[in-house]
Design a protein around this ligand. Structure first.
Ligand SMILES: Nc1ncnc2c1ncn2[C@@H]1O[C@H](COP(=O)(O)OP(=O)(O)OP(=O)(O)O)[C@@H](O)[C@H]1O
Ligand SMILES: [Mg+2]
Length: 466
Protein backbone atom coordinates (compact mmCIF):
# COMPACT_ATOMS: atom_id res chain seq x y z
CA UNK A 1 0.00 0.00 0.00
CA UNK A 2 1.16 3.48 -0.79
CA UNK A 3 1.79 5.83 2.11
CA UNK A 4 0.71 9.41 1.66
CA UNK A 5 1.06 12.47 3.95
CA UNK A 6 -2.11 14.06 2.67
CA UNK A 7 -5.16 14.42 4.87
CA UNK A 8 -8.58 13.90 3.36
CA UNK A 9 -11.98 15.06 4.48
CA UNK A 10 -15.24 13.51 3.24
CA UNK A 11 -18.48 15.41 3.77
CA UNK A 12 -21.75 13.67 3.04
CA UNK A 13 -25.03 13.34 4.88
CA UNK A 14 -25.25 9.60 4.11
CA UNK A 15 -23.25 7.63 6.74
CA UNK A 16 -23.12 4.60 4.46
CA UNK A 17 -21.50 6.54 1.66
CA UNK A 18 -18.93 8.04 4.05
CA UNK A 19 -17.95 4.57 5.21
CA UNK A 20 -17.81 3.25 1.69
CA UNK A 21 -15.61 6.03 0.35
CA UNK A 22 -13.33 5.88 3.36
CA UNK A 23 -12.85 2.14 2.88
CA UNK A 24 -12.22 2.61 -0.82
CA UNK A 25 -9.46 5.16 -0.20
CA UNK A 26 -7.94 3.01 2.53
CA UNK A 27 -7.77 0.07 0.16
CA UNK A 28 -5.17 1.93 -1.91
CA UNK A 29 -3.70 4.67 0.24
CA UNK A 30 -2.40 4.84 3.75
CA UNK A 31 -3.41 8.34 4.80
CA UNK A 32 -5.43 10.22 7.38
CA UNK A 33 -9.15 10.51 6.64
CA UNK A 34 -11.79 12.60 8.42
CA UNK A 35 -15.51 12.31 7.81
CA UNK A 36 -18.34 14.74 8.50
CA UNK A 37 -22.10 14.34 8.16
CA UNK A 38 -22.73 18.04 7.49
CA UNK A 39 -21.03 21.22 6.36
CA UNK A 40 -21.11 22.54 9.92
CA UNK A 41 -19.37 19.46 11.25
CA UNK A 42 -16.81 19.78 8.46
CA UNK A 43 -16.05 23.39 9.36
CA UNK A 44 -15.30 22.33 12.93
CA UNK A 45 -12.87 19.72 11.62
CA UNK A 46 -11.16 22.31 9.41
CA UNK A 47 -10.59 24.52 12.44
CA UNK A 48 -8.59 21.85 14.23
CA UNK A 49 -6.90 19.94 11.43
CA UNK A 50 -4.94 20.67 8.32
CA UNK A 51 -6.85 19.16 5.39
CA UNK A 52 -5.44 18.82 1.88
CA UNK A 53 -8.33 17.41 -0.14
CA UNK A 54 -12.06 17.44 0.59
CA UNK A 55 -14.80 15.40 -1.09
CA UNK A 56 -18.04 17.25 -0.63
CA UNK A 57 -21.56 16.15 -1.44
CA UNK A 58 -23.50 18.88 -3.20
CA UNK A 59 -26.91 18.03 -1.90
CA UNK A 60 -27.02 18.11 1.86
CA UNK A 61 -29.66 19.42 4.26
CA UNK A 62 -28.76 22.67 6.04
CA UNK A 63 -25.54 23.98 4.55
CA UNK A 64 -25.25 22.53 1.06
CA UNK A 65 -22.06 21.71 -0.82
CA UNK A 66 -21.93 25.05 -2.62
CA UNK A 67 -22.15 27.02 0.60
CA UNK A 68 -19.43 24.89 2.10
CA UNK A 69 -17.31 25.42 -1.03
CA UNK A 70 -17.64 29.21 -0.65
CA UNK A 71 -16.52 28.97 2.94
CA UNK A 72 -13.46 26.92 2.01
CA UNK A 73 -12.47 29.21 -0.85
CA UNK A 74 -12.61 32.15 1.52
CA UNK A 75 -10.78 30.62 4.46
CA UNK A 76 -8.59 27.78 3.19
CA UNK A 77 -7.35 28.78 -0.26
CA UNK A 78 -4.93 25.86 -0.58
CA UNK A 79 -7.59 23.21 0.07
CA UNK A 80 -8.64 21.30 -3.02
CA UNK A 81 -12.33 20.48 -3.20
CA UNK A 82 -13.89 17.70 -5.26
CA UNK A 83 -17.68 17.72 -5.40
CA UNK A 84 -19.79 14.59 -5.27
CA UNK A 85 -23.04 14.52 -7.16
CA UNK A 86 -25.52 11.72 -7.21
CA UNK A 87 -27.22 12.84 -10.36
CA UNK A 88 -24.37 13.10 -12.80
CA UNK A 89 -26.17 16.24 -13.71
CA UNK A 90 -23.79 18.20 -15.87
CA UNK A 91 -25.22 21.62 -14.98
CA UNK A 92 -24.68 21.17 -11.28
CA UNK A 93 -21.15 19.93 -11.91
CA UNK A 94 -20.34 22.89 -14.14
CA UNK A 95 -21.67 25.27 -11.51
CA UNK A 96 -19.39 23.61 -8.94
CA UNK A 97 -16.32 24.06 -11.14
CA UNK A 98 -17.27 27.67 -11.80
CA UNK A 99 -17.50 28.28 -8.09
CA UNK A 100 -13.96 27.02 -7.64
CA UNK A 101 -14.27 23.26 -7.12
CA UNK A 102 -11.32 21.44 -8.62
CA UNK A 103 -13.25 18.46 -9.98
CA UNK A 104 -16.38 16.42 -9.44
CA UNK A 105 -17.21 12.74 -9.22
CA UNK A 106 -20.55 11.05 -9.55
CA UNK A 107 -22.24 8.42 -7.44
CA UNK A 108 -21.85 5.51 -7.76
CA UNK A 109 -18.10 6.03 -7.64
CA UNK A 110 -16.01 4.67 -10.44
CA UNK A 111 -12.77 3.49 -8.90
CA UNK A 112 -10.27 4.47 -11.62
CA UNK A 113 -11.74 7.88 -12.22
CA UNK A 114 -11.89 8.45 -8.51
CA UNK A 115 -8.23 7.68 -7.81
CA UNK A 116 -7.02 9.67 -10.77
CA UNK A 117 -8.93 12.69 -9.53
CA UNK A 118 -7.67 12.22 -5.98
CA UNK A 119 -4.04 11.95 -7.10
CA UNK A 120 -4.24 15.12 -9.15
CA UNK A 121 -5.97 16.93 -6.30
CA UNK A 122 -3.24 15.93 -3.88
CA UNK A 123 -0.59 17.22 -6.24
CA UNK A 124 -2.38 20.50 -6.65
CA UNK A 125 -2.62 21.07 -2.91
CA UNK A 126 1.03 20.24 -2.48
CA UNK A 127 2.06 22.76 -5.13
CA UNK A 128 -0.24 25.41 -3.76
CA UNK A 129 0.93 24.99 -0.18
CA UNK A 130 4.55 25.13 -1.26
CA UNK A 131 3.81 28.26 -3.22
CA UNK A 132 2.01 29.89 -0.30
CA UNK A 133 4.85 28.97 2.02
CA UNK A 134 7.42 30.56 -0.29
CA UNK A 135 5.29 33.67 -0.74
CA UNK A 136 4.93 33.94 2.99
CA UNK A 137 8.65 33.71 3.62
CA UNK A 138 9.35 36.40 1.01
CA UNK A 139 6.70 38.52 2.68
CA UNK A 140 8.29 38.02 6.09
CA UNK A 141 11.71 38.99 4.76
CA UNK A 142 10.27 42.05 3.10
CA UNK A 143 8.43 43.16 6.24
CA UNK A 144 11.49 42.70 8.44
CA UNK A 145 13.85 44.37 5.99
CA UNK A 146 14.12 47.48 8.15
CA UNK A 147 13.92 45.79 11.51
CA UNK A 148 17.16 44.56 12.98
CA UNK A 149 18.02 42.75 16.17
CA UNK A 150 19.95 39.62 16.97
CA UNK A 151 19.58 39.63 20.73
CA UNK A 152 17.57 36.81 22.23
CA UNK A 153 15.13 39.39 23.58
CA UNK A 154 14.45 40.86 20.13
CA UNK A 155 14.30 37.46 18.45
CA UNK A 156 11.53 36.65 20.90
CA UNK A 157 9.72 39.85 19.99
CA UNK A 158 10.00 38.96 16.28
CA UNK A 159 8.62 35.47 16.91
CA UNK A 160 5.54 36.86 18.63
CA UNK A 161 5.11 39.42 15.85
CA UNK A 162 5.17 36.71 13.19
CA UNK A 163 2.73 34.59 15.12
CA UNK A 164 0.22 37.27 15.96
CA UNK A 165 0.39 39.30 12.74
CA UNK A 166 -1.87 37.11 10.57
CA UNK A 167 -4.57 37.05 13.25
CA UNK A 168 -6.90 39.92 14.08
CA UNK A 169 -5.88 40.00 17.71
CA UNK A 170 -5.40 43.29 19.51
CA UNK A 171 -1.78 43.97 20.35
CA UNK A 172 -0.41 46.19 23.10
CA UNK A 173 3.15 47.34 22.48
CA UNK A 174 5.07 48.44 25.50
CA UNK A 175 8.51 49.92 25.81
CA UNK A 176 10.47 53.07 26.50
CA UNK A 177 10.57 55.91 24.04
CA UNK A 178 12.57 55.12 20.93
CA UNK A 179 12.59 51.34 21.34
CA UNK A 180 10.73 50.76 18.06
CA UNK A 181 7.03 50.59 18.92
CA UNK A 182 6.02 52.44 15.77
CA UNK A 183 8.22 50.24 13.65
CA UNK A 184 6.85 47.01 15.14
CA UNK A 185 3.24 48.18 14.77
CA UNK A 186 3.83 48.80 11.09
CA UNK A 187 5.57 45.46 10.68
CA UNK A 188 2.57 43.67 12.19
CA UNK A 189 0.31 45.40 9.68
CA UNK A 190 2.62 44.51 6.78
CA UNK A 191 2.57 40.87 7.80
CA UNK A 192 -1.19 40.69 8.25
CA UNK A 193 -3.91 39.79 5.80
CA UNK A 194 -4.88 43.47 6.03
CA UNK A 195 -1.65 44.67 4.50
CA UNK A 196 -3.38 45.97 1.37
CA UNK A 197 -5.87 47.81 3.54
CA UNK A 198 -5.21 51.17 5.20
CA UNK A 199 -2.78 51.69 8.07
CA UNK A 200 -3.80 54.62 10.20
CA UNK A 201 -1.50 55.78 12.99
CA UNK A 202 -2.83 58.16 15.62
CA UNK A 203 -0.41 59.73 18.03
CA UNK A 204 -2.89 60.35 20.84
CA UNK A 205 -0.99 62.94 22.95
CA UNK A 206 -0.37 65.22 19.97
CA UNK A 207 -4.08 65.60 19.24
CA UNK A 208 -5.83 68.05 21.60
CA UNK A 209 -8.09 66.22 24.03
CA UNK A 210 -11.32 67.82 22.84
CA UNK A 211 -10.57 66.93 19.24
CA UNK A 212 -9.31 63.38 19.68
CA UNK A 213 -12.78 61.95 20.08
CA UNK A 214 -14.17 63.50 16.90
CA UNK A 215 -10.96 62.60 15.06
CA UNK A 216 -11.35 58.96 16.02
CA UNK A 217 -15.08 58.54 15.64
CA UNK A 218 -16.08 61.34 13.27
CA UNK A 219 -19.10 63.58 13.61
CA UNK A 220 -22.41 64.42 12.05
CA UNK A 221 -23.19 67.77 10.57
CA UNK A 222 -24.47 70.04 13.35
CA UNK A 223 -22.96 67.95 16.17
CA UNK A 224 -21.22 71.11 17.40
CA UNK A 225 -20.76 74.70 16.26
CA UNK A 226 -18.15 74.14 13.59
CA UNK A 227 -19.47 70.82 12.32
CA UNK A 228 -20.70 72.15 9.02
CA UNK A 229 -20.63 68.77 7.32
CA UNK A 230 -20.34 65.10 8.18
CA UNK A 231 -16.83 63.91 8.91
CA UNK A 232 -15.56 60.36 8.82
CA UNK A 233 -13.51 59.35 11.83
CA UNK A 234 -10.14 57.60 11.70
CA UNK A 235 -11.72 54.30 12.73
CA UNK A 236 -13.79 54.43 9.57
CA UNK A 237 -10.76 55.52 7.55
CA UNK A 238 -9.00 52.42 8.81
CA UNK A 239 -11.85 50.12 7.83
CA UNK A 240 -10.48 46.88 6.41
CA UNK A 241 -7.06 47.71 7.79
CA UNK A 242 -5.23 48.53 11.00
CA UNK A 243 -5.41 51.45 13.40
CA UNK A 244 -2.38 52.19 15.55
CA UNK A 245 -3.28 54.08 18.72
CA UNK A 246 0.09 55.39 19.76
CA UNK A 247 0.54 56.37 23.42
CA UNK A 248 -2.88 55.56 24.78
CA UNK A 249 -1.76 55.98 28.41
CA UNK A 250 -3.18 59.47 28.91
CA UNK A 251 -6.46 59.47 27.06
CA UNK A 252 -9.36 60.85 29.08
CA UNK A 253 -11.86 58.54 30.81
CA UNK A 254 -14.83 59.33 28.54
CA UNK A 255 -12.76 58.36 25.53
CA UNK A 256 -11.57 55.21 27.26
CA UNK A 257 -15.20 54.17 27.61
CA UNK A 258 -15.84 54.74 23.91
CA UNK A 259 -12.72 52.89 22.92
CA UNK A 260 -13.83 49.97 25.02
CA UNK A 261 -17.06 49.90 23.07
CA UNK A 262 -15.29 49.75 19.73
CA UNK A 263 -13.20 46.86 20.91
CA UNK A 264 -16.20 44.99 22.28
CA UNK A 265 -18.86 45.72 19.70
CA UNK A 266 -16.75 46.50 16.64
CA UNK A 267 -18.87 49.55 16.04
CA UNK A 268 -18.54 53.29 16.47
CA UNK A 269 -20.94 56.14 17.00
CA UNK A 270 -19.98 59.43 15.34
CA UNK A 271 -20.55 62.52 17.52
CA UNK A 272 -24.09 63.81 17.22
CA UNK A 273 -25.25 60.65 15.49
CA UNK A 274 -27.88 58.34 16.88
CA UNK A 275 -26.87 55.38 14.76
CA UNK A 276 -23.82 53.21 15.16
CA UNK A 277 -21.56 52.15 12.29
CA UNK A 278 -19.90 48.73 12.03
CA UNK A 279 -16.14 48.87 11.52
CA UNK A 280 -13.73 46.10 10.63
CA UNK A 281 -10.48 47.32 12.13
CA UNK A 282 -7.56 45.65 13.82
CA UNK A 283 -6.30 47.62 16.78
CA UNK A 284 -2.68 47.97 17.83
CA UNK A 285 -2.00 50.21 20.80
CA UNK A 286 1.20 51.39 22.42
CA UNK A 287 2.31 52.96 25.64
CA UNK A 288 5.52 53.77 27.44
CA UNK A 289 3.66 54.28 30.69
CA UNK A 290 2.98 52.06 33.63
CA UNK A 291 -0.68 51.23 33.00
CA UNK A 292 -0.88 48.97 36.04
CA UNK A 293 0.00 51.96 38.20
CA UNK A 294 -2.55 54.10 36.36
CA UNK A 295 -5.22 51.48 36.98
CA UNK A 296 -4.41 51.50 40.69
CA UNK A 297 -4.79 55.26 40.72
CA UNK A 298 -8.06 54.91 38.86
CA UNK A 299 -6.98 56.90 35.80
CA UNK A 300 -7.02 53.96 33.36
CA UNK A 301 -9.99 51.63 33.01
CA UNK A 302 -9.21 48.08 33.92
CA UNK A 303 -11.66 46.58 31.43
CA UNK A 304 -10.09 48.61 28.63
CA UNK A 305 -6.66 47.45 29.70
CA UNK A 306 -7.68 43.80 29.42
CA UNK A 307 -9.27 44.39 26.03
CA UNK A 308 -6.06 45.97 24.77
CA UNK A 309 -3.67 43.64 26.49
CA UNK A 310 -4.77 40.55 24.53
CA UNK A 311 -1.25 40.10 23.17
CA UNK A 312 1.28 42.22 25.05
CA UNK A 313 4.63 42.76 23.38
CA UNK A 314 7.35 44.29 25.50
CA UNK A 315 10.22 45.82 23.57
CA UNK A 316 13.26 45.89 25.83
CA UNK A 317 15.34 49.07 26.14
CA UNK A 318 18.55 49.16 24.14
CA UNK A 319 20.72 49.10 27.28
CA UNK A 320 19.41 45.61 27.99
CA UNK A 321 20.36 44.26 24.57
CA UNK A 322 23.65 45.87 23.74
CA UNK A 323 24.55 43.02 21.41
CA UNK A 324 22.13 44.68 18.95
CA UNK A 325 24.23 47.85 18.81
CA UNK A 326 26.76 46.82 16.09
CA UNK A 327 23.94 45.58 13.87
CA UNK A 328 21.91 48.75 14.34
CA UNK A 329 25.01 50.87 13.70
CA UNK A 330 25.59 49.02 10.42
CA UNK A 331 21.94 49.36 9.48
CA UNK A 332 21.86 53.11 10.07
CA UNK A 333 25.25 53.72 8.42
CA UNK A 334 24.00 51.93 5.34
CA UNK A 335 20.60 53.58 5.35
CA UNK A 336 21.69 57.16 5.94
CA UNK A 337 24.80 57.25 3.80
CA UNK A 338 22.46 56.26 0.98
CA UNK A 339 19.72 58.71 1.91
CA UNK A 340 22.09 61.61 2.54
CA UNK A 341 24.16 60.71 -0.47
CA UNK A 342 27.39 60.51 1.53
CA UNK A 343 30.28 58.09 1.32
CA UNK A 344 30.02 55.05 3.53
CA UNK A 345 31.67 55.72 6.87
CA UNK A 346 32.60 53.54 9.82
CA UNK A 347 32.50 54.03 13.57
CA UNK A 348 35.90 54.24 15.27
CA UNK A 349 36.69 51.50 17.79
CA UNK A 350 36.79 54.11 20.60
CA UNK A 351 33.32 55.33 19.74
CA UNK A 352 31.98 51.81 19.44
CA UNK A 353 33.38 51.04 22.85
CA UNK A 354 31.62 54.10 24.25
CA UNK A 355 28.38 52.90 22.68
CA UNK A 356 28.67 49.73 24.72
CA UNK A 357 29.12 51.58 27.99
CA UNK A 358 26.46 54.16 27.36
CA UNK A 359 23.00 53.65 28.74
CA UNK A 360 20.89 54.95 25.81
CA UNK A 361 17.99 56.64 27.54
CA UNK A 362 16.63 57.56 24.09
CA UNK A 363 17.13 53.97 22.91
CA UNK A 364 17.37 53.15 19.19
CA UNK A 365 16.24 56.63 18.15
CA UNK A 366 19.16 58.17 20.06
CA UNK A 367 21.62 55.80 18.40
CA UNK A 368 20.08 56.59 15.03
CA UNK A 369 20.60 60.33 15.66
CA UNK A 370 24.22 59.84 16.67
CA UNK A 371 24.91 57.94 13.45
CA UNK A 372 23.22 60.59 11.33
CA UNK A 373 25.34 63.27 13.00
CA UNK A 374 28.42 61.15 12.39
CA UNK A 375 27.69 60.75 8.70
CA UNK A 376 27.17 64.48 8.37
CA UNK A 377 30.07 65.74 10.51
CA UNK A 378 32.89 63.19 10.34
CA UNK A 379 35.80 64.64 8.47
CA UNK A 380 37.03 61.38 6.98
CA UNK A 381 35.88 57.77 6.74
CA UNK A 382 35.95 57.22 10.46
CA UNK A 383 33.40 58.68 12.84
CA UNK A 384 35.16 59.75 16.06
CA UNK A 385 33.50 60.66 19.38
CA UNK A 386 34.22 64.37 18.94
CA UNK A 387 32.47 64.44 15.53
CA UNK A 388 29.20 63.47 17.12
CA UNK A 389 29.66 65.31 20.41
CA UNK A 390 29.58 61.99 22.14
CA UNK A 391 31.02 61.83 25.62
CA UNK A 392 30.05 58.27 26.31
CA UNK A 393 28.25 59.27 29.45
CA UNK A 394 24.61 59.63 30.21
CA UNK A 395 22.94 62.19 32.38
CA UNK A 396 23.53 60.08 35.44
CA UNK A 397 27.26 60.29 34.79
CA UNK A 398 28.04 56.69 33.97
CA UNK A 399 31.51 56.92 32.54
CA UNK A 400 34.12 54.39 31.71
CA UNK A 401 37.59 55.14 30.62
CA UNK A 402 40.28 53.06 29.11
CA UNK A 403 43.60 53.01 30.86
CA UNK A 404 46.62 52.48 28.68
CA UNK A 405 48.68 50.11 30.80
CA UNK A 406 51.67 50.29 28.52
CA UNK A 407 52.34 53.89 29.54
CA UNK A 408 54.52 55.02 32.45
CA UNK A 409 52.54 55.93 35.60
CA UNK A 410 52.69 59.70 35.04
CA UNK A 411 51.56 59.57 31.45
CA UNK A 412 48.80 57.05 32.11
CA UNK A 413 47.45 59.19 34.94
CA UNK A 414 47.73 62.32 32.84
CA UNK A 415 45.69 60.65 30.07
CA UNK A 416 42.93 59.71 32.47
CA UNK A 417 42.93 63.18 34.03
CA UNK A 418 42.76 64.74 30.64
CA UNK A 419 39.79 62.65 29.66
CA UNK A 420 38.12 63.25 33.00
CA UNK A 421 38.45 67.02 32.68
CA UNK A 422 37.26 67.05 29.09
CA UNK A 423 34.17 65.11 30.04
CA UNK A 424 33.45 66.80 33.32
CA UNK A 425 34.01 70.37 32.22
CA UNK A 426 32.52 69.63 28.81
CA UNK A 427 29.32 68.55 30.52
CA UNK A 428 29.25 71.73 32.64
CA UNK A 429 29.84 73.92 29.61
CA UNK A 430 27.18 72.08 27.71
CA UNK A 431 24.67 72.75 30.44
CA UNK A 432 25.59 76.42 30.65
CA UNK A 433 26.10 76.97 26.92
CA UNK A 434 29.72 77.87 27.53
CA UNK A 435 29.20 80.27 30.45
CA UNK A 436 32.33 79.81 32.58
CA UNK A 437 31.14 81.69 35.70
CA UNK A 438 27.94 79.67 35.77
CA UNK A 439 29.83 76.43 35.17
CA UNK A 440 32.18 77.21 38.06
CA UNK A 441 29.24 77.87 40.37
CA UNK A 442 27.62 74.58 39.31
CA UNK A 443 30.60 72.49 40.34
CA UNK A 444 31.69 74.57 43.31
CA UNK A 445 35.12 75.87 42.30
CA UNK A 446 36.42 79.37 41.71
CA UNK A 447 36.02 80.89 38.29
CA UNK A 448 39.82 81.33 37.98
CA UNK A 449 40.43 77.73 38.91
CA UNK A 450 38.05 76.55 36.20
CA UNK A 451 39.61 78.96 33.72
CA UNK A 452 42.97 77.48 34.60
CA UNK A 453 41.78 73.91 34.00
CA UNK A 454 40.20 74.88 30.69
CA UNK A 455 43.47 76.33 29.57
CA UNK A 456 45.57 73.46 30.85
CA UNK A 457 43.46 70.80 29.18
CA UNK A 458 42.90 72.85 26.04
CA UNK A 459 39.11 72.74 26.22
CA UNK A 460 37.42 74.65 23.43
CA UNK A 461 34.81 76.79 25.22
CA UNK A 462 33.62 78.37 22.01
CA UNK A 463 32.36 75.02 20.80
CA UNK A 464 29.74 75.17 23.55
CA UNK A 465 28.57 78.69 22.81
CA UNK A 466 26.06 79.08 20.05
N1 LIG B 1 14.95 47.08 15.70
C1 LIG B 1 15.10 48.19 14.94
N2 LIG B 1 15.72 48.10 13.75
C2 LIG B 1 15.88 49.20 12.99
N3 LIG B 1 15.46 50.41 13.32
C3 LIG B 1 14.84 50.56 14.49
C4 LIG B 1 14.62 49.46 15.37
N4 LIG B 1 13.97 49.91 16.46
C5 LIG B 1 13.78 51.22 16.28
N5 LIG B 1 14.31 51.64 15.10
C6 LIG B 1 14.29 53.01 14.58
O1 LIG B 1 14.43 53.88 15.69
C7 LIG B 1 13.55 55.00 15.58
C8 LIG B 1 12.60 55.03 16.74
O2 LIG B 1 11.68 53.95 16.64
P1 LIG B 1 10.11 54.14 16.88
O3 LIG B 1 9.66 55.48 16.44
O4 LIG B 1 9.45 52.97 16.31
O5 LIG B 1 10.12 54.10 18.47
P2 LIG B 1 8.91 54.29 19.49
O6 LIG B 1 9.04 53.21 20.49
O7 LIG B 1 7.64 54.39 18.75
O8 LIG B 1 9.28 55.66 20.16
P3 LIG B 1 8.29 56.73 20.88
O9 LIG B 1 7.83 56.09 22.17
O10 LIG B 1 9.19 57.89 21.13
O11 LIG B 1 7.19 56.99 19.92
C9 LIG B 1 12.86 54.86 14.25
O12 LIG B 1 13.54 55.61 13.27
C10 LIG B 1 12.97 53.38 13.94
O13 LIG B 1 12.98 53.14 12.57
MG1 LIG C 1 6.26 55.97 18.65
Amino acid sequence: MEHNDSTILIVDDEPDFLRLLKRLIQSELECEIFTALSGYEAIEILKDHHIDVAFVDIKMPGMDGFEFLDYVRENYPWLTVIMITAYGCIEVAVKAIKKGAYDFITKPVEQDVFFLSLKKAMERTKLLSENLRLRRSVQVQEAFKNVVGRSVAMQKVFEIVKMVAPTDMTVLLRGESGTGKDLIARTIHELSTRKDGPYVAVNCPTVPEQILESELFGYKKGAFTHATSNKKGLFQEANGGTIFLDEIGDIQPSLQTKLLRVLQEKEIKPLGDTKTVKVDVRVIASTNQNLEEKMRQGSFREDLFYRLNVVPIEIPPLRQRKEDIPLLVEHFLEKYSRELNKTRKRVSPELMEMFFHYDWKGNVRELENVIVRGILFAIDEEIQPQHVGFHGKSENGVWCTKVDFSLPYRDAKEEVLKEFHHRFIGNLLERTSGNISQAARLCGIERQALQHLIKRYKIDVNAYRN
